[in-house]
Ligand binder design. Structure first.
Ligand code: GDP
Ligand code: ADP
Ligand code: 5GP
Length: 210
């Protein structure tokens, strides 16, 4: 794959930190960023729509996709399998589309090996106690699932320095603005602007003055 023009954003967070809510808010503010819809063997939660939140597949289908090399990355997370579609990513990058992956830390490591320029963003909860409150408040998971997710959270937070950006999701609006700022700042880099606005700068500079 040639070097993509669009940015790849990888958003990682301990379960319950607010990743899904914050990403939804970001995509609403920045509709030009497109979300990668993962494949998952996890059963759909109430309200989740196949093809929108995940492509829900059974283990046999997932394993066949792994064997065919259909995933850019895949990992087992809290007992279920999750994977990112390689053909989808390829098709979006080819047209210069900015894309966002909401994946776990294992997937993030795999993607950054393939795309070292991918932007890693970690969403941290303000505290473990608050994380537990949110997981319980969400009311989507059984007790043993909640305990498993809380245990993983500590290990994930230990790897926080590997990310380019860290957003603490204490006040939601503040965190939403932080996330939007990251995307906007990436687009303002001179490397990006020189390419996007090449003609305008040529005209304003010496070539335009003749
Ligand atoms: P929630 O994000 O805690 O609400 O729970 P989910 O069931 O939506 O996600 C479970 C875990 O799988 C999270 O750590 C996600 O980041 C991760 N995940 C989701 N999609 C992908 C993917 O395509 N690849 C990888 N590697 N992980 C993913
Ligand atoms: P994740 O995708 O990281 O598992 P969710 O987006 O599902 O997290 O958020 C977990 C729960 O916490 C949800 O019920 C959500 O409404 C709530 N939540 C998210 N951000 C905040 C915040 N800043 N303050 C209070 N509650 C929040
Ligand atoms: P949930 O089951 O709560 O939707 O997600 C649990 C975790 O799996 C989250 O941390 C989520 O980011 C991660 N996850 C979702 N999709 C993928 C994926 O395609 N690949 C990887 N590696 N993790 C994923």
């Amino acid at each position: 794959m040639s070097q993509p023009i669009g940015n790849i954003y990888i958003v990682v967070a301990p379960s319950g930190a607010g990743k899904t809510s914050l990403v939804a808010a970001l995509l609403q503010a920045e509709p030009s960023v497109e979300l990668s819809v993962s494949y998952s063997t996890r059963p759909a939660r109430k309200g989740e729509i196949d093809g929108k939140h995940y492509h829900f597949v059974d283990r046999a289908v997932f394993d066949a996709m792994v064997a065919r090399g259909d995933f850019l990355e895949h990992a087992e997370v809290y007992g279920n399998c999750y994977g990112t579609s390689a053909p989808w990513i390829r098709s979006r990058l080819e047209v210069g589309q900015d894309i966002l992956l909401e994946i776990d830390w294992q997937g993030a490591e795999q993607v950054r090996k393939v795309f070292p320029g991918a932007v890693g963003i970690f969403i941290a909860p303000p505290s473990i106690e608050e994380l537990e409150r949110r997981l319980r408040g969400r009311d989507t998971d059984t007790e043993d699932v909640i305990l498993r997710r809380l245990a993983s959270a500590r290990a994930e937070i230990d790897k926080i320095a590997e990310y380019d950006y860290i957003v603490v999701n204490d006040d939601f609006e503040r965190a939403r603005q932080d996330l939007i700022s990251i995307v906007r700042a990436r687009r303002l880099r001179s490397e990006v602007q020189c390419r996007r606005l090449a003609e305008m700068f040529r005209y304003m500079g010496s070539a335009g003055a003749q």
